[in-house]
Ligand binder design. Structure first.
Ligand code: NZQ
Ligand code: ZN
Length: 387
């Protein structure tokens, strides 16, 4: 096990009606607040009105910036940064999913920076001071509600890039599973896939003696798998929605990665797809993760066989571990398909046109991954396997 420091300071406020406390929570950080949200789902559901009245009840002055698109764009971030600078915003409240939260984090960092906020995403500047942010989460998926990272797309060149800092972690995250009842089945499934991918990225490590975190990963995966069909077939099932919402946070709050080095190649390979084709991140992962598994499993067949056995109940064949490993990969792929995810690029009308460009862009800073280091030609082969 590697040495590690673990700190995750985001207060989790979980359960029914918890958004009622958003005004009180926010008032502890400031009275000038930027309310940041997406394309309208929070207005349709009535959440917007409840949040605004809770903020106003605390005497908070509310500035608004809606319109965050899935795969959030840097142009809107720049708009948010200038509102923060002009109005002296003291706190940013993100109400929505990963895209809204990531956009809020980028605004939070840009508000204290004289240069262009995109500098943070291309290694030209390092994030330091940030306006504090809070979250009311409406989709369990990205785990951004407690992570220190943000992923933003620049339409100039179609680059989807990430950056991160401890100061970006939200101060609080309000998680009411009832707020996820309105999610379309497709978005629910994208979220399930993304949270599973966050665990798998950490699970496939070269580190030895990480039994505790292996089993925490396996347990969280099993819990997601056990509740997945219920949240899709019975979207207002509170108990299942609650399990999934908490799992989405646990999957990405860094606990499951303690003492081990995660891989993260599949995320980078996927970001090139959603950066160019603007598909949902979770859908991209359902296509890429099994392809990555097929490409790298021989590097540690034992680990893949353990995954197959402990997560998918595949019986271990000691005479043919490769068979066990491959059965686990097949189970993963079949599961993604069973919840309505695409598992091939052709299902989302993506062909080879941009493979060269995507493979080059994915590896333009360094080889990808830690489980197996991947160069552009490897990434290209993974795109081929995903066709
Ligand atoms: O924009 P609105 O109208 O709110 O609609 C959203 C959006 O269309 C809708 N939605 C959200 N909650 C809803 C709802 N519709 C009905 N009822 C609700 N309760 O869902 C759509 C998708 O929202 P989005 O925020 O894009 O989803 P998600 O949370 O999956 O976030 C995806 C983004 O997060 C990034 C991804 O790359 C992607 O850009 N990630 C961020 C990470 C991080 N910061 O730590 C890690 C992840 O790996 C990921 O890369
Ligand atoms: Zn993800």
């Amino acid at each position: 096990m590697q040495n590690f420091e673990f700190q995750n300071g985001t207060a989790i406020i979980f359960g029914k009606n918890q958004e009622q406390v958003v005004g009180k929570q926010t008032a502890a950080f400031g009275k000038k607040v930027l309310l940041h949200y997406g394309g309208g789902s929070i207005k349709k559901s009535g959440l917007y009105d409840r949040v605004v009245s809770s903020l106003k009840a605390e005497g908070i002055e509310v500035f608004e910036l809606g319109g965050v698109k899935p795969n959030p764009r840097v142009d809107l971030v720049r708009e948010g940064v200038s509102i923060c600078k002009k109005e002296g915003i003291e706190f940013i409240l993100a109400v929505g999913g990963g895209s809204v939260i990531d956009s809020a984090k980028a605004i939070a960092a840009g508000a204290y920076y004289d240069g262009d906020v995109w500098d943070y995403f291309i290694g030209k500047a390092e994030v330091d001071l940030c306006v504090p942010i809070g979250v009311v989460l409406t989709i369990p998926a990205a785990g951004s509600e407690t992570s220190g990272g943000t992923v933003v797309t620049n339409e100039d060149g179609l680059y989807k890039r990430s950056t991160g800092h401890q100061n970006m972690r939200p101060q609080f995250a309000i998680l009411n599973p009832e707020l996820t009842y309105t999610l379309p089945a497709y978005q629910t499934a994208c979220g399930l896939t993304d949270m599973m991918a966050h665990i798998l990225e950490r699970y496939f490590t070269n580190e030895q003696h990480v039994d505790l975190t292996d089993r925490l990963c396996e347990g969280t995966l099993r819990s997601i798998i056990a509740n997945a069909h219920t949240v899709i077939d019975d979207p207002t099932n509170y108990d299942a929605r609650a399990e999934i919402m908490w799992a989405g946070t646990i999957a990405h709050n860094d606990l499951l990665g303690t003492g081990r080095i995660g891989d993260w190649a599949s995320h980078e390979i996927e970001h090139e797809i959603s950066g160019i084709y603007d598909i949902a991140h979770g859908a991209g992962l359902a296509i890429i993760f099994p392809a990555w598994m097929k490409y790298v499993y021989k590097h540690n067949v034992n680990r893949f066989a353990q995954y197959a056995n402990r997560v998918w109940d595949v019986e271990i064949d000691l005479n043919d571990l490769e068979k066990t490993a491959l059965a686990g990969i097949k189970k993963t792929e079949d599961f993604f398909h069973s919840i309505g995810m695409p598992i091939r690029l052709t299902e989302v009308d993506i062909d080879r046109t941009h493979f060269d460009e995507m493979a080059k862009k994915a590896t333009d800073r360094c080889p990808l991954g830690n489980f197996v280091k991947l160069e552009a030609n490897d990434v290209h082969k993974i795109y081929e396997l995903a066709l």
